[in-house]
Design a binder for this molecule. Structure first.
Ligand SMILES: [Zn+2]
Length: 631
């Protein structure tokens, strides 16, 4: 057929072929998702693998999901599996493990059908009922090993009597129920909500030169509230989007030029936010009508949208490409999750959606956590990140020592991000900030490295992060020192000294008050049961108190209630040694002494609320930090 064509024409054809094969190789895998009785919480899946090379096709369910680090057993919800060839003749499958079906003897086509149960609405699992199907793809769709460069086509079949719509980052086709993915990496990253959602859209022009129109933001909202609540939510989501752009200077180039918020707020939804390349799954049991719950929802919106840059495009080499069979381990979740946690609050405050006092309260809680947790004496932020497969939505039925040996990389990383932002500002009279560091990472790793949808071409390593900080700060020594002390090491920045520059006072929140250690105490009968691990080296720990012990008296006060315990602590002087009696879980009664410390927990207070005066320098520092940069 090519014979006889002019050379020039042939050249053009080859170019077209190269351009499309860079995205996709081979015929599309066809998925058909049907919901014959969604009220029973299962769906029917048909997967057609075409052009199967001779030999065994290894069909699998994933064990991981992008943004989730613990292993999951998604295959457990699969049942009624049948496998046929292209002529509909049954094929036998070997099962080398619980997650895999090995199909041999096919005719170049393999069609797998199965049912899958799912009753958890969140960003990780599959949630189906008579209102919607909230589908995290790795939890629902089988894939074939080695087929990740193949395109996919997904068809949704309406449940009987419904006229649901599809919200997804998948590529649209003229048929509103048919979508495509250029490769399986992209398909796996594309959560989809199939329901009668409320739709709100807006566009944001970030001022960058682009060939087409500015991107469209879609909010697919499923909730039990009003249209007015949906309108107000959409308005606040738009404020968050605009404020995040102020940090990075521009929007990422969203594939299909859209970004979709899959927002599901229903009483039975599980609290979760999960980032994806051009969308996010936001779920929870709260309601928009409840101001406190709404504030939490907006915090998650801010967090997940920040991930469109920091995680989805500025991405650690440890999780790129994502492995769907093994736990994905990264050294860098202190940056991916932690810095995102720091900036999500800052964005809300700058956008006018959180007060300065609210932000300072959150920052104080974070400082208290990293300062007091014994985990920091054991592990660095990098070490904490590597533990993600053990702690991120990981279920363990045995007790662990995490309360003493682990600090969440969200919290720890947030403390590092906060420290870096203030350090940079303090060193440069606010000319350079944490915003600039994020912008530097975007320029180095996010923006240039995007060639194929669903993939990051230039993931970073820790050396690249150091290099970027050296460049942004103009001081290589500072960059190396910062990483050595606070990221690879276990030091904490001098929050008090740095916050003073912003006219914020760090002070003990209960100065002089006696403190025995942070534990949960559960009243029951005439004693208080210790309901959590006792922090290493705390006064209670030194007195020999452990989890499940019953505290019966402190300094002569019978401990029949937590208020009796608090009153006793209020009476005792910090530093004093007093008698304590408790019963170990084996029944042994212990009479000993407890030496109390001063409550070390701090609060952050604007200097003007402490009777002091805010200087002009402090006001300028604070405004630069907490006000929208409006570049
Ligand atoms: Zn996150």
């Amino acid at each position: 057929m090519l014979a006889g064509m002019g050379k020039r024409f042939l050249g053009a054809l080859v170019l077209v072929f190269v351009a499309s094969s860079a995205w996709a190789q081979g015929q599309a895998i066809e998925y058909k998702l049907s919901f014959p009785s969604p009220e029973h919480r299962w769906m029917q899946v048909e997967v057609r693998f075409p052009q199967v090379p001779a030999g065994t096709l290894q069909v699998r369910m994933a064990r991981t999901s992008p943004g989730r680090y613990a292993l999951h057993e998604f295959a457990k919800n699969v049942f009624d599996v049948s496998i046929v060839n292209g002529r509909g003749q049954p094929l036998a499958a070997a099962r080398p493990d619980l997650h895999q079906w090995d199909v041999a003897g096919h005719d170049g086509t393999v069609v797998v059908t199965y049912r899958i149960f799912g009753d958890r609405t969140d960003g990780t699992y599959l949630g189906i009922d008579s209102m919607h199907a909230h589908i995290n793809i790795p939890a629902a769709l089988m894939f074939a090993r080695g087929w990740f460069e193949r395109p996919a086509r997904v068809t949704f079949v309406q449940p009987p009597g419904k006229s649901w719509k599809v919200a997804t980052q998948l590529f649209p086709t003229p048929d509103p129920l048919v979508f495509t993915a250029p490769n399986l990496h992209y398909l796996m990253d594309s959560p989809t909500d199939f329901s009668a959602f409320t739709l709100r859209t807006f566009t944001v022009d970030d001022g960058q030169k682009r060939t087409g129109p500015p991107p469209t933001f879609r909010i697919a909202l499923t909730h039990d509230g009003t249209e007015a609540e949906a309108d107000a939510y959409a308005k606040d989501v738009e404020r968050i989007v605009r404020e995040a752009i102020n940090i990075f200077g521009e929007l990422p180039a969203f594939e299909t030029n859209t970004y979709t918020f899959l927002s599901v707020y229903l009483p039975w939804a599980s609290g979760d936010g999960m980032e994806h390349r051009n969308s996010t799954s936001l779920t929870g049991a709260g309601a928009l009508r409840n101001p406190q719950q709404r504030q939490g929802m907006l915090g998650t919106v801010s967090h997940e949208f920040f991930h469109a840059w920091n995680m989805e495009r500025i991405r650690s080499r440890g999780i790129e490409p994502f492995d769907f069979e093994q736990a994905d381990v990264s050294d860098d979740l202190w940056l991916g999750e932690g810095f995102t946690s720091y900036f999500d609050g800052l964005i809300l405050e700058r956008a006018g959606l959180m007060t300065m006092d609210g932000l300072l309260g959150d920052l104080a809680g974070m400082i208290n956590a990293v300062t007091l947790s014994p985990g920091r004496r054991i592990r660095s932020a990098i070490d904490m990140s590597r533990l993600a497969p053990f702690v991120d939505a990981a279920a363990s039925i045995d007790r662990t020592a995490w309360q003493n040996t682990f600090i969440s990389y969200y919290t720890y990383g947030s403390a590092i991000g906060f420290g870096l932002d203030l350090e940079l500002r303090a060193r440069t009279n606010s000319k350079v900030s944490g915003d600039d560091f994020m912008r530097g990472l975007w320029a180095a790793f996010g923006k240039p490295g995007q060639k194929e949808p669903g993939k990051v071409a230039t993931p970073y390593t820790i050396d690249g992060l150091k290099e970027t900080l050296a460049k942004v700060s103009g001081d290589r020594g500072f960059a190396n020192d910062f990483f050595a002390k606070y990221v690879e090491g276990r030091d904490l920045v001098d929050y008090g000294g740095l916050l003073a520059r912003a006219g914020v006072v760090v002070r003990r929140r209960a100065a002089g008050r006696a403190f025995a250690g942070q534990v949960q105490l559960q009243p029951g009968g005439s004693a208080l049961r210790v309901g959590s691990q006792v922090p290493f080296d705390s006064p209670l720990y030194k007195a020999g108190v452990a989890q499940d012990d019953q505290l019966t008296s402190l300094d002569g006060t019978e401990l029949a209630s937590t208020s009796a315990y608090e009153e006793a602590l209020g009476r005792i002087k910090a530093g004093a040694t007093v008698p304590i009696r408790f019963v170990r879980r084996g029944g042994e009664v212990v009479n000993t002494t407890l030496t109390l410390e001063e409550d070390p927990r701090i609060e952050l207070v604007p200097i003007e609320k402490t009777g002091g005066t805010l200087t002009d320098d402090q006001r300028r520092f604070r405004e630069s930090w907490l006000s929208s940069p409006k570049r």
